[in-house]
Design a protein around this ligand. Structure first.
Ligand SMILES: *[C@@H]1O[C@H](CO)[C@@H](O)[C@H](O)[C@H]1NC(C)=O
Ligand SMILES: *[C@@H]1O[C@H](CO)[C@@H](O)[C@H](O)[C@H]1NC(C)=O
Ligand SMILES: CC(=O)N[C@H]1CO[C@H](CO)[C@@H](O)[C@@H]1O
Length: 323
C-alpha cells in the first residue's frame, strides 16, 4: 500500500509534472491508470532482475517489445509540453530491461544454443514497430465459421527465420509457402497471433517485400478485428490468460487502442502475484516444444513468457496513457 502510494505520489507530482492543471477528470484518470501500470511494471522488473538467468528467449523477446514501447514513450515525453518525466523514470525502466536482457542472454548463449541462435538477432536490441492509432474494422470479422487453430510451430519458426535472415537486406523475398500460411484466413488462437507477429517481425527487420508492403495495412486490420473477438471471448470466459496477453500486446503495439481497455487492465493487474510480482498460474501451461513463444517455468513457479508478455502489455498501456 505504501509503495503504491509513494509511486503514485511520484508519478503525479515529480515525474510527470503537468504544466497546466488537468482540464478534465479523464486526464486525472489517465495519470492514475498510468501510475498503477508503472508501479506494476516496476515490481515485475524487480522479479525479472532477481531471476534473469532463467528467462527463456521468448521472455527476452517480450522484454525487448516492452523496451521499444518505453523508448517511444520516453521520446514523446521529451517533446511533450504537458507532461515531464523529471526523474527520467521511463528511461530508467528501459535501461533496466537492457541490463536484465544482457544478463539472460549471457546465460542463453551457453544453454540454449540452437534455438537461441535462430532468434539471437531478433532479441539483440529493442523491438520497434510503427504505432498508428486506428480503429478496428468490424466488417472484417469472420463469424460463425469453423476456424483452424492448429499451430505448426516448426513452420512458424521457419517463416520467422526466413525474415530474420534478410534483416536490413535491400530486397526481401518471401516463399510461397510462408506467404500462404502467414496470410491464411479462418484461423484463431496462437495460430492467428503468430500470423500477426510474423507481419510485425517483417517490419522490425525492414522487409520491403512489395506484396507485404502493399497488403500490410489490410492484413493488420483483418488479423486484429478477429483477434479482438478471440480475446474478448477468452477474458469473458476466464480462460487462456497467456494467449489473451499475447493478443492484447500484438494488436496494441501497432495502435489498435480499443484493446487498451481500462477494465482489462484492472483484470490483468489481479493476475500479478502479490508476493513474487511475476505472472504465474502454471495450471494453464503446456510446454510442448522449444519454439518461439513457448513457456518456461522460473523461480516460484513464475512463467517466463507470460511475465514477459505482461511487461510488454504494461509498457504499452503506460505509453497509451502518457504519450
Ligand atoms: C473495412 O473493411 C472493408 C472490407 O475490406 C472495407 O471495404 C472498408 O473500407 C473498411 N472500412 C474502413 C473504415 O477502413
Ligand atoms: C488460472 O487459469 C485458469 C485457466 O485459465 C483459470 O480458470 C483460473 O481462474 C486462473 N487462476 C488465477 C488465480 O488466475
Ligand atoms: C499476394 C496478395 O495477396 N497480394 C495482394 C496485395 O494487395 C494488392 C492490392 O491491395 C492486391 O491486388 C494483391 O492481390
Amino acid at each position: 500500500m505504501l509503495r503504491i502510494f509513494v509511486f503514485f505520489f511520484l508519478v503525479q507530482t515529480v515525474i510527470f509534472s503537468v504544466s497546466s492543471p488537468p482540464v478534465s477528470i479523464s486526464d486525472d484518470q489517465r495519470i492514475q491508470h498510468a501510475s498503477q501500470t508503472l508501479n506494476a511494471l516496476q515490481r515485475l522488473l524487480d522479479f525479472f532482475e532477481n531471476d534473469a538467468k532463467d528467462i527463456n528467449p521468448d521472455g527476452v523477446f517480450c522484454l525487448r517489445v516492452a523496451q521499444g514501447q518505453l523508448n517511444a514513450l520516453s521520446q514523446s515525453l521529451d517533446s511533450s509540453t504537458q507532461l515531464t518525466d523529471q526523474k527520467h523514470i521511463i528511461q530508467s525502466f528501459s535501461t533496466r530491461i537492457d541490463r536484465i536482457v544482457k544478463k539472460s542472454i549471457q546465460q542463453l548463449v551457453d544453454t540454449d544454443s540452437a534455438y537461441f541462435k535462430r532468434f539471437s538477432r531478433l532479441i539483440s536490441r529493442e523491438f520497434v514497430v510503427e504505432y498508428r492509432p486506428r480503429k478496428l474494422n468490424q466488417t472484417l470479422i469472420e463469424r460463425n465459421q469453423e476456424k483452424d487453430s492448429f499451430f505448426d510451430a516448426e513452420l512458424s519458426d521457419q517463416c520467422f527465420s526466413e525474415l530474420l535472415s534478410q534483416m536490413n537486406a535491400p530486397s526481401c523475398s518471401i516463399s510461397n509457402l510462408c506467404w500462404k500460411k502467414m496470410t491464411a484466413q479462418m484461423t484463431s488462437s496462437y495460430r492467428l497471433t503468430h500470423q500477426l507477429l510474423w507481419l510485425l517481425i517483417a517490419q522490425d527487420v525492414h522487409c520491403q517485400n512489395a506484396d507485404l508492403v502493399s497488403n500490410r495495412s489490410y492484413l493488420e486490420d483483418f488479423f486484429c478485428a478477429n483477434i479482438y473477438e478471440d480475446a474478448n471471448f477468452n477474458i469473458n470466459n476466464h480462460i487462456c490468460q497467456d494467449l489473451f496477453l499475447e493478443q492484447l500486446l500484438l494488436c496494441s503495439v501497432i495502435g489498435y487502442e480499443e484493446f487498451l481497455r481500462s477494465d482489462w487492465l484492472g483484470t490483468i493487474l489481479t493476475w500479478q502475484d502479490p508476493q513474487y510480482n511475476c505472472f504465474n498460474n502454471a495450471s494453464e501451461v503446456s510446454i510442448s516444444s522449444r519454439h518461439l513463444l513457448v513457456e518456461q517455468i522460473m523461480a516460484h513457479e513464475c512463467l517466463s513468457h507470460k511475465s514477459g508478455l505482461a511487461a510488454g502489455v504494461l509498457a504499452t498501456y503506460a505509453r497509451y496513457y502518457l504519450q
